[in-house]
Design a protein around this ligand. Structure first.
Ligand SMILES: [Zn+2]
Length: 263
């Protein structure tokens, strides 16, 4: 039964990954994410349904446009495959619980922000601000109607909306100082993203998320410097690490805290 659900979620994740690709392509350019339908960025030919099947079409077309044979960005394929695997993992990790759609929603949010910051070096307010409102409304509803994800609210003030609000303030404060002190690489977008992560993971997990982002960013930056892919003066965006760390914290934050501080 679980295998069947994992296969179904793999398929759903591939389709959602395809949509995330559209968001990451169009939103930073200020284009509508609904219209026009998908088209080749080289020859502008509209992509037919047959050529628009997530994962499969890319392999079938060997990564090229059906009409003009221009090379398609590899990212299209990796995001579809990555989101598919992630969704299969989510249903395996959470089972068919109410947390599943919630965490899936937050994963889509963080994957989009990760991609956009990686490719464009921006964290759009158009995503961050509405997401903040949604996260607070969900936490508020959870507190009122008494459903709370135990992983998120197990250690804070044990009231979701309070943990979320405090988490957001802590995220903002923790990144405010480095953003003011070290210009290149970290900016206001990162401060706002840290606040959003606080609203999502709550207190105290937001501290873990930022800690993980710093470690992950440090490791990746060291590797990029060693391999001479990036120079000392190149700015490496911090948003992708914050986004990745937020997802890791959502999945295993509670376990990591239990390991570090056994009670
Ligand atoms: Zn084309």
């Amino acid at each position: 039964m679980t295998i069947l659900w994992m296969v179904l979620f793999f398929g759903a994740g591939a389709c959602i990954g395809s949509f995330i690709n559209v968001v990451a392509d169009r939103l930073p350019r200020g284009e509508s994410i609904i219209r026009p339908p998908s088209h080749c960025s080289e020859c502008q030919h509209q992509i037919s349904a047959r050529d628009n099947i997530p994962i499969i079409s890319y392999l079938w077309l060997r990564g090229r446009c059906h009409y003009c044979h221009a090379t398609l960005p590899q990212r299209l394929f990796w995001v579809e495959l990555g989101t598919a695997i992630l969704f299969a993992f989510l249903v395996w990790h959470y089972g068919l619980t109410w947390e599943l759609p919630l965490i899936a929603l937050y994963c889509c949010l963080f994957i989009s922000l990760l991609l956009i910051d990686l490719e464009h070096g921006i964290l759009p307010n158009k995503i961050i601000y509405p997401a903040m409102v949604v996260a607070l409304v969900i936490a508020g509803l959870g507190s009122i109607f008494n459903f709370e994800p135990i992983d998120i609210v197990g250690r804070g003030f044990r009231l979701w909306i309070v943990d979320a609000a405090i988490g957001g303030v802590i995220g903002l404060v923790l990144l405010l100082l480095p953003a003011l002190l070290y210009r290149g690489g970290m900016g206001w977008g990162d401060v706002k993203l840290a606040a959003l992560i606080g609203f999502v993971t709550g207190f105290p997990l937001v501290i873990l998320a930022i800690f993980l982002a710093v470690i992950l960013g440090g490791i990746v930056a060291a590797i990029l410097l060693l391999l001479k892919i990036k120079g000392r003066k190149d700015a490496i965006p911090f948003g992708p690490f914050l986004s990745a760390a937020a997802m890791v914290t959502l999945f295993w934050g509670g376990n990591i805290v239990n390991l570090l501080f056994p009670s």
